[in-house]
Design a protein around this ligand. Structure first.
Ligand code: B12
Length: 207
């Protein structure tokens, strides 16, 4: 039994085993930061690499993220203040008028797995809610998803409001119809085509 086994269980997409192993490691007295960083976050890093290399696909990535999240839920009560690998707060949501949330959920879970403090505001989220939550949580990043061409303009509205209010917030956008050219046009700080790319971009923002 070791942290390596947790890493392996996440890659085996075995949620029950991940939970069981995390519980055992906590009971054994293993450093919770080690379980988090080497077991759970390490495994999600590997999942991201395999996805980018084309060795693993969206369903597997979702299952790995769910396994990681289940392990994280076990770990959370044991993580003393400051002992987490938290990199910074991210507000994530699907924009106003849009009810697609599968990709957004995946990005949210991968970011959480990478050590970001993620506040998922759900779908059909308007500009006011994005900004109010970002202020309340003292966030560094607003991440927006859109799957409909008709809801993409809502992203521009958020970017514009951030600029107008002079807020120190990075924006990242994604979703099937979104392109790098669109991101540039509306002044978003990053476009990412998938969840691992979103993690990489967020890491650059919060070094
Ligand atoms: C599942 C689905 C639905 C489900 C959504 C369920 C849910 N809980 O999400 C339901 C049935 C509800 C639905 C409804 C509709 N849908 Co629909 N739907 C899809 C479908 C088949 C798959 C989307 C999906 O989940 N993909 C899998 C995920 C993992 O991929 P992804 O979302 O692209 O996310 C990845 C990346 O894009 C990126 N990413 C995503 N978000 C973000 C955010 C950030 C910040 C970053 C960095 C990256 C990032 O990372 C993700 C993971 O790698 C697509 C077709 C398609 N191939 O895209 C149509 C599609 C998006 N739907 C479409 C339409 C038209 C509709 C409806 C209008 C249909 C209708 N007439 O009622 C409604 C709209 C409802 C609404 N108001 O939103 C069209 C959109 C056309 C367009 N150009 O606008 C599509 C393209 C189908 C089509 N070919 O016509 N839909």
């Amino acid at each position: 039994m070791s942290v390596q086994e947790i890493f392996d269980a996440v890659l085996d997409l075995d949620e029950d085993v991940v939970v069981e192993l995390v519980k055992k490691e906590i009971a054994t007295g293993t450093d919770v930061s080690k379980i988090l960083n080497e077991g759970l976050i390490g495994a999600m890093d590997e999942v991201g690499k395999r996805f980018t290399a084309g060795d693993l696909f969206v369903p597997e990535m979702l299952m790995a993220a769910q396994s990681m999240k289940a392990g994280l839920d076990e770990l959370k009560p044991h993580l003393a203040q400051g002992a987490t690998a938290t990199r910074g707060a991210v507000i994530i949501g699907t924009v106003k008028g849009d009810l697609h949330d599968i990709g957004k959920n995946l990005v949210s879970m991968m970011m959480e797995g990478a050590g970001f403090e993620v506040f998922d505001v759900g779908m059909d989220v308007d500009t006011e809610k994005f900004l109010a939550t970002a202020k309340e949580k003292n966030a560094s990043i607003i991440a927006m998803s859109a799957l409909l061409t008709t809801t993409m303009p809502a992203m521009e509205e958020v970017v514009k409001a951030i600029r107008e209010q002079g807020l120190n917030l990075k924006t990242m956008i994604g979703g099937a119809p979104v392109t790098p050219a669109f991101a540039q046009k509306i002044g978003a700080d990053a476009y990412c085509e998938d969840a691992p790319a979103a993690v990489e971009a967020a890491r650059k923002f919060i070094a």
